[in-house]
Design a binder for this molecule. Structure first.
Ligand code: DGJ
Length: 719
């Protein structure tokens, strides 16, 4: 039983394998937050009465002052001056709300969230639903907590129903609030830009509000929706660390607010700047889901909780036993799609052990360059003379699988679609639309647009033996207005855009159940749990430079399992050493290649089959193993990590040096959990180590030379 109501104490306890989350129903009115952390750590009271002129209270419950209490969810204008979970403009025109406890229920499993991605409940997972009521707006609020017991993860979302006679307007909506005690906090975020996604950043919290956000209509390259909050003394494998994340791919707001004596309030949700919603009488709104975890095994422990959760409760079932090693055409040929050359690519890639040809951008409509064709999802007979189906069949005859690129949510002004339906783009009356990569954004909030896309893909792919889709999105949303929505619902456009996009994803998966989806947004611009619900892997970044990739991948592993990282070896030149270096970096995730194999030297190409064979040997471990980070490439000149199985029989250890050192130095790479007396043999070098030696660390000597330097060890316990 993971949710338990203690009637005597009026407390609800949510338990996971190692953590506990406790809510107190205060005088049957308010929801106090008692505790979140390791099981049986001892609780602090939700509030301590302090005589102060500056903390409002209700006369009949003066001891409870919302501004200095720990609460589950906070309401605007109601005596709590910290950041707010819900702001709702009622029929009187003000936004003050006070939801009070009505009842709660506990049930097995979970209920789906309307039109949105959400984590699947496993056996034994339970949900708590708490119902609250605001008598002025006459709205009913339900707060949901689903407990994913074996993952040490709890999810949160809310549902609001207008039972009154006037419309209400949601002005800010957060899915999760967590009031953390004390002021000793560091915030970990993953921020960056195009080509530099998810750069690890850690900084002490200062009094004030620190936020991460996207106002771009996509979760974005700039801030990932993940936030970590850890103690100043927390390290990679020790100390307390909380992780928060959002199962959503559009605009979001994550806030951590430190206020003197009140601890740190964490919130995550849609926010209120690029989101608004009109709730007419009788209507219900559901927020996306946010998730949280806690570990006292440091940042690494937090990551491993999220990895397991994402693997077991979010990601779709595998389509193929092995993830196909792709050869993607983009970096080799760009828009120059020539079927004869592509068939040569396929034949050669197959001969060198690869599994799938992915035809990237440029295969459809008048798509000769990025200024035309988007939106016209029909095959171009000039490019495939016997049609796409025949081409795909020929690719398959080479022994390769067949994948193709799409970017459904976009349109070029120079396209048949735009000429026929300019009103299907996001736009605002009287304003000029702005271009980005020569394209406009389709109004995915309009069901006619989504239907058009479904019909187009049905027509173009209906009879093609497709194995894989790379689903791209190459600009952010500006002039966010919809011809489809009335004036008083324009603020809903960005969220409805996501609902339409998710609808298309769901349709695609149902219509093409055997097709694997790789998500992409100019690299990893929608690298989030929402997209992971539909895609097995995500193109991690358009940057394939191995040094920068090391940093990008490091950050990505904080919240996400490496099985989601699509990592290609690109342009090694004619250097075997460079190929090895790039390969070593790429097998931190799901391996692929992106290069012109027709022009590469044989001595380099000849190394590829061996690389793929090695990858296949440890692919399952990379996909499903436990991940430990040793050296942080955002804070040092090195990166190191290892994968291990639950029985600690295998350790796959990697060390990558980013640039030449001034002087060589020795670094011990310490493996945790090897049995001290056992012997482990490195399959790559043949050398043996005792478990004790591994625990004390394999010593690697760094280099002062400009030459690329990396090492891998495949350590297997001798039986
Ligand atoms: C951006 C992607 O990240 C690239 O890999 C490639 O697919 C291009 N779009 C094609 O336009």
């Amino acid at each position: 039983m993971s949710v338990f109501f203690n009637k005597e104490e009026n407390k609800i306890v949510l338990s996971t394998a190692k953590t506990e989350y406790i809510i107190e129903i205060l005088r049957n009115r308010f929801l106090g937050h008692v505790y979140y952390g390791r099981k049986e750590r001892g609780y602090e009271p939700v509030y301590e009465y302090k005589l102060s002129s500056f903390t409002p209270y209700y006369e009949d419950f003066y001891e409870f002052q919302p501004d200095v209490a720990s609460t589950e969810y906070s309401f605007f204008g109601n005596g709590d001056f910290r950041c707010t979970s819900l702001k709702l403009r009622n029929g009187n025109g003000n936004s003050v709300t006070s939801f009070e406890y009505k009842c709660h229920r506990i049930f097995n499993g979970r209920e789906p969230i309307d039109r949105m991605p959400f984590a699947e409940a496993g056996e034994g997972d339970e949900t708590l639903e708490i119902t609250l009521w605001d008598r002025v707006s006459e709205c009913e609020l339900k707060l949901y907590y689903t407990v994913f017991e074996d993952c040490d993860v709890i999810s949160r979302h809310m549902k609001l129903t207008n039972s009154g006679k006037c419309p209400v307007y949601i002005e800010k909506c957060m899915s999760l609030q967590c009031d953390l005690r004390g002021d000793n906090w560091d915030m970990i975020t993953l921020c960056g830009t195009y080509f530099r996604e998810r750069m690890y950043s850690r900084a002490p919290m200062q009094p004030g509000n620190r936020s991460i956000f996207s106002r771009r209509g996509a979760s974005s390259h700039h801030f990932n929706p993940f936030m970590g909050l850890c103690r100043h003394e927390t390290e990679e494998e020790s100390g307390e660390c909380y992780g928060f994340n959002f199962v959503y791919s559009g605009n979001f707001l994550g806030e951590a607010e430190l206020v003197a004596e009140n601890g740190c309030r964490v919130q995550l949700g849609l926010g209120g700047e690029n989101f608004g919603w009109k709730l007419s009488p009788g209507e219900t709104f559901e927020s996306p889901e946010a998730v949280m975890t806690y570990s006292d095994d440091g940042i690494g422990g937090m990551s491993r909780n999220f990895h397991k959760f994402t693997r077991d409760r979010i990601l779709p079932e595998e389509i193929f036993e092995n993830r196909p090693v792709v050869l993607n055409t983009w970096e080799a040929v760009g828009f120059n799609i020539d079927e004869k050359i592509l068939l040569e690519f396929a034949g050669k890639a197959s001969a060198y052990g690869m599994d799938m040809l992915v035809v990237d951008d440029g295969w459809f409509g008048a798509r000769e360059h990025d200024r035309a064709g988007l939106g016209d999802w029909w095959e171009n007979p000039a490019k495939f003379k016997d049609g796409l189906k025949a081409f795909a069949q020929r690719v398959k005859k080479t022994g390769m699988k067949f994948g193709i690129w799409i970017e459904p949510e976009m349109v070029n002004p120079d396209s048949e679609l735009f000429r026929a339906h300019p009103e299907w783009t996001l736009r605002c009356p009287g304003r000029e639309n702005m271009l980005s990569r020569s394209q406009l954004v389709l109004d995915m909030s309009n069901p006619c647009v989504v239907d058009y896309l479904k019909e187009s893909f049905e027509k173009v792919f209906g009879d093609v033996p497709l194995d894989y889709i790379k689903w791209d999105m190459n600009r952010h949303l500006s002039q966010v207005g919809s011809d489809y929505l009335p004036a008083d619902r324009q603020n809903e456009t960005a969220h409805r855009y996501m609902l339409g996009t998710y609808d298309l994803y769901r349709w695609f998966k149902k219509r093409f159940p055997k097709v694997m989806i790789e998500n992409c947004s100019g690299g990893g611009g929608r690298y989030d749990l929402g997209m992971m619900k539909y895609s097995h892997q995500i193109w991690t970044s358009d940057c394939t430079d191995p040094v920068w990739r090391t940093r990008i991948q490091y950050g990505s592993t904080l919240p996400y399992p490496v099985s989601t990282m699509s990592c290609h070896v690109s342009h090694p030149g004619n250097s075997v050493q460079e190929l090895e270096y790039r390969y070593t970096v790429a097998v931190n995730g799901m391996l692929g290649y992106e290069m012109n194999i027709l022009t590469m030297e044989e001595n380099v190409l000849n190394k590829i089959p061996g690389q793929i064979e090695r990858y296949r040997r440890y692919e399952k471990l990379i996909k499903n193993g436990e991940y430990f980070r040793l050296l942080n490439p955002c804070e040092s000149n090195y990166c190191s990590y290892y994968f291990t199985d639950s029985e600690r029989k295998v350790f796959l250890l990697t060390f990558v040096q980013l640039a030449a050192d001034c002087e060589p130095s020795k670094i011990a790479l310490k493996i945790r959990g090897a049995s001290p007396l056992a012997v482990y043999t490195d399959k790559l070098s043949g050398k043996s180590y005792t478990g004790q030696e591994l625990n004390e660390g394999i010593t690697v000597e760094t280099t002062a030379s400009e030459e690329r330097f990396c090492r891998m060890w495949e350590l297997v316990k001798n039986e």
